[in-house]
Structures are given as structure tokens and as C-alpha cells.
Design a protein around this ligand. Structure first.
Ligand code: UD1
Ligand code: UDP
Length: 368
């Protein structure tokens, strides 16, 4: 019996680790599965634990309003020291690029406990974009023993950094497992907030640190311009709880317009339904670049780089940066040019087949 400790703490990690928790728990004869949440996000994490019905065994509860990277990193490292000493798992699993993932991996390394990295090998090559996530990913590439790469491109990135090829498995992205689960459950229901669902809709999210300040201001101004230009289209923005995001969004975006809806973060079940209803998605999110193509929704990525080049190559996503007029032009093109829209909404999803968690469990079961 192998004892596996999964560690996560933010909204996207919970969504993408939930399928792995479920898969391991489906094999209680093989795995003793424990979950530790850092609570790096509080409300947004709890929303997702509810959706996936996960009760953590440990909760470090580290979140502080307006926390900086030092706060998060040091609190995770100290909290994990005690959990790891008490549990002594055979393997720790972390996910992606957050502070939770890298500092939980480092804490495990300090106790000689091997770590498996889910969603390994994504790279932009620019350590300041996304910041600090690109560095977190590179550090995880060194700290972890097992690398669950979602795509062949990610595997190649790891090989270029001399990761042992026997320790890399291409699994697909677990976000597709999560999406399949939500869609099959029939529980994806759009929230009611007075919108006429027959109208076209642009779904918006944004939260990246490198966009704080000018980037966010430009994004908000672009949304005002677009909402004025397209009165027959709704602009729906569930706002991340980070105060650095909420402040500009609430100050700059004109929420009094009839076609603008500023909402609280949605549960995953609601957000999936909103993606299905949307015409296109305007975002700086990582996970949404992977999900939107599953519904044939074009994604305009408000960043200068992406660690998901597969989405760009397959034609489902375009990088538009944070320049106001570039964003306005790109959305205008998709809303007015049928050919542009058709091309982006008919590309294939390159991110997986919904069986990533199973491949991860198989590898863990068969290796020391
Ligand atoms: C983190 C991750 C980022 C991921 C993002 C997903 C790092 C370095 N960054 O960034 O990779 O894309 O999560 O959303 O780990 N807050 C709340 N309640 C919540 C969540 C956040 O109030 O449920 C507020 C708090 O004031 C908190 C702030 O948001 O201090 C920032 O949260 P933090 O996790 O530090 O950064 P994110 O920008 O969310
Ligand atoms: N999401 C959600 N509710 C929202 C906005 C996003 O459930 O109001 C989901 C979305 O479907 C995706 C994940 O949250 O799976 C993305 O999280 P985020 O953009 O915060 O982080 P990133 O993916 O950029 O790390």
C-alpha cells in the first residue's frame, strides 16, 4: 500500500487535482490517499472543494488578504514541514506553477520525500512572464522525481532540461478529466443574473501579477470601449478576489451599462456553463486556454507569452497582450467577421482525452 499526499491550495490546482484525488481513491487497496490544502486561496479553493466533494486531511489555512510572494512561500514551507514529518508519505503530488506547488515540493525535498509533478514541462522560457510561475515550473522540473507532462511539447521541454526520460509520462491534462466529469454530471448550470441567454456574450477573466497596474487598466478601458461599441453583446466578468484586480475592475469598468455584468467568482459548475454559453473568451488565465477549445470557443489571451503554445498552434487561441486597441480590434474582428470566428471555433483540442488521472495512477502503482 502506497501512501500518497496530494498538496494544493488555489482554485485551478483544486480543479486539476480533483480528478487525481478521485482516481487514487477509487483504488483503496493500492493507495492510502491523503489531501493537504495550503489554503493559499480561501474562498475560491473552498468553492472548488465543495464542487468536487473533497474533505482535506490537512488545511494550512495560510491565506492573508493582499499576501505577497514572501508571505505565501514561507508560510507554506513551514506548514509543510510538520505535515510531512507526521505523514511520511511515499510520494507527494503537486500541480502546475503556483507557490503552493513549488514550496510544497521544496519542503518534501528537505525530508527526502519524492515528488510527482502534475502538469509538468510547460515553459515560456521567460522567467518574468508569467511571473513568478515560469520560475516555479522550472524549479519543479529540478525538485520533482516524476513528471506528468500534459502534451508531447511539454515532454520535449523537460528533455531539453535534461530530465531523465524514464521519469516523464505524457498523460494529457487533468483539466479535461474535470471538464468531462462536470459535463457528464449534468450539473453545469449557468447562474441567473438577469441576462437574456439568447444574446451573444464575451466572457472575461483576468488575474496575472504581470498585468497589475497598466495592463489591468488597459484591459478595463478596452472592455468599456467594446461594451459601448457592441450594445447587442453582453460582457460578463466574474472578478478574481485579488484586491489588485478588483480595484481597477470596479473603478474603471462601467458596470452601470445594461450589457456589462461584473460578478463574484463563479463555482466551477457555473463557470463551465458560462463557457458553453459564451461567444468568445477574453482572459489571461492558463486553465481557460485549455478548457475553451473543448467547447469550440475562441480564446483571446491578454498576455505577451503563453506556456500553452499548443492552443496557439491549433488555432483556438490568439495572444493579444494588454494593449487597449489590440484587444478592441481582436474582439471586434471575432464579433464581426464570420470567417475569423469560424476558423478559431473549429480547431481541435490539443490538451487531452479525459484519462490523464488514470495514467498518473497507473505510473504511481507500477513504480517505486
Ligand atoms: C495564484 C497563483 C497563480 C494562479 C492563480 C490562480 C502563485 C504565485 N500564483 O495567484 O499561478 O494562476 O493563483 O487564480 O501561486 N484572494 C482571496 N480569496 C481567495 C483567493 C484570493 O481573498 O479565495 C485574494 C487575497 O487577498 C490574496 C490575493 O487574492 O492575498 C492573492 O492570492 P495569491 O494566491 O497570492 O495570488 P494569485 O494572484 O491568486
Ligand atoms: N474558473 C471558475 N470560476 C470563475 C473563473 C474561473 O471556476 O469564476 C475556473 C476555470 O474554469 C479554470 C480555472 O478556474 O478551470 C482557472 O483559474 P485561474 O484563471 O484563476 O488560474 P490559472 O488557470 O490562470 O492558473
Amino acid at each position: 500500500m502506497k501512501k500518497i499526499l496530494l498538496v494544493f491550495g488555489t482554485r485551478p490546482e483544486a480543479i486539476k487535482m480533483a480528478p487525481v484525488v478521485k482516481e487514487l481513491r477509487n483504488h483503496p487497496d493500492e493507495f492510502d490517499t491523503r489531501v493537504c490544502v495550503t489554503g493559499q486561496h480561501r474562498e475560491m479553493l473552498d468553492q472548488m472543494l465543495d464542487v468536487f466533494d473533497i474533505q482535506p486531511d490537512y488545511d494550512l489555512n495560510i491565506m492573508q488578504p493582499g499576501q505577497d510572494l514572501y508571505d505565501v512561500s514561507s508560510r507554506i514551507l513551514l506548514g509543510m514541514r510538520d505535515v510531512l514529518a507526521q505523514e511520511r508519505p511515499d510520494l507527494v503530488l503537486v500541480h502546475g506553477d503556483t507557490s503552493t506547488s513549488t514550496f510544497a515540493a521544496l519542503a518534501s525535498f528537505y525530508q527526502h520525500i519524492p515528488v510527482g509533478h502534475v502538469e509538468a514541462g510547460l515553459r515560456t522560457g521567460n522567467i518574468y512572464s508569467p511571473w513568478p510561475e515560469e520560475m516555479n515550473r522550472q524549479l519543479n522540473g529540478r525538485l520533482c522525481t516524476w513528471h506528468f507532462a500534459p502534451t508531447e511539447t511539454a515532454r520535449q521541454n523537460l528533455l531539453r532540461e535534461h530530465v531523465d526520460e524514464r521519469h516523464i509520462v505524457v498523460t494529457g491534462n487533468t483539466v479535461i478529466d474535470a471538464l468531462h466529469w462536470v459535463v457528464a454530471s449534468g450539473k453545469a448550470v449557468a447562474p441567473q443574473f438577469g441576462r437574456d441567454e439568447r444574446r451573444r456574450m464575451v466572457l472575461i477573466t483576468g488575474h496575472r501579477r504581470e498585468n497589475f497596474g497598466d495592463g489591468m487598466r488597459n484591459i478595463c478601458q478596452a472592455i468599456n470601449t467594446l461594451a459601448g461599441q457592441f450594445e447587442d453583446v453582453d460582457f460578463v466578468y466574474p472578478i478574481h478576489l485579488n484586491p489588485n484586480i478588483r480595484r481597477p475592475v470596479q473603478e474603471i469598468i462601467d458596470g452601470s451599462r445594461k450589457n456589462v455584468y461584473l460578478l463574484e467568482p463563479l463555482s466551477y459548475l457555473e463557470f463551465v456553463a458560462m463557457m458553453q454559453q459564451s461567444t468568445l473568451i477574453l482572459t489571461d488565465s492558463g486553465g481557460i486556454q485549455e478548457e475553451a477549445p473543448a467547447f469550440g470557443k475562441p480564446v483571446l489571451v491578454m498576455r505577451d507569452t503563453t506556456e500553452r503554445p499548443e492552443a496557439i498552434e491549433s488555432g483556438t487561441a490568439h495572444l493579444v497582450g494588454t494593449d487597449r486597441s489590440t484587444i478592441v480590434d481582436a474582439v471586434t474582428d471575432l464579433l464581426t467577421n464570420e470567417e475569423s470566428y469560424h476558423t478559431m471555433s473549429h480547431a481541435a483540442n490539443p490538451f487531452g482525452d479525459g484519462h490523464a488521472a488514470q495514467r498518473i495512477a497507473d505510473l504511481i502503482a507500477t513504480h517505486e
